[in-house]
Design a protein around this ligand. Sequence first.
Ligand code: SAH
Length: 252
Amino acid sequence: MVHFVGAGPGAPDLITRRGAALLQTADCIIYAGSLVNPALLGLAKAGCAIYNSAEMTLEQVLAVMRQMEAEHKTTVRLHTGDPCLYGAIREQMDALDADGIAYDDTPGVSSFCGAAAALNAEYTLPAVSQTVIITRMEGRTPVPEKEKLASLASHGATMVIFLSIGLIDKVQEALLQGAYTASTPAAVVYKATWPEQKTVRCTVGTLAQSTKQAGITKTALIVVGDFLGRCYARSKLYDPAFTTEYREGIKP
Ligand code: SAH
């Protein structure tokens, strides 16, 4: 059996209890070496075979999984954050389906949640934005035409941009073509939840310059939107005048 497991954003104690238990019992761990905290490999049992997928192709990853399956062994495929975002799990799952190899998926804390925590931020502030757009700038991996950054930026919603810190000039340019202005708040979070975590607060107009000044070139998220500003409306749910299924509102 193959277990896809979300490792969480970096801090080793942010993996789920289920994910940790699977790591402790695995006969083989294939981990996404560039981003998964190696401290998690300390959970592996003695004799566990460990592979760094950063140095492997999909075919090589599948070959290891098939070999383990043939020996009736358990493999953990450890992905950073949550496997469902930019995890390239679908192609692995489809190949396992074709081979009749059973698998399951254990979620993890995505880095976009780690970044919000690092900023003490709420992405969905009432009267500011109720939508989070998760996307990336096109680079060597293309992005469908209708999802181009400038077009998504036209909503002015909260935006979290993965895998794009190396293209920061283009990101800034695309954001300014949308609904954001040079003074819209933005932030860059480097290695959220790792000991070396760094946060840079800036505006869309100073995004590229601030990122370069901070020396951030990889493993970072760009977050944009007025959720980083001062103004918002308070929640209805906790408003004393608001009646809910659990609480009678008091008349003002
Ligand atoms: N599945 C992962 C994302 C993998 S794509 C998740 O859910 O987080 C890899 C990209 O994620 C990196 O280029 C970076 O943009 C972002 N990333 C991953 N871990 C990060 C962290 N701890 N802090 C900031 N960004 C991170």
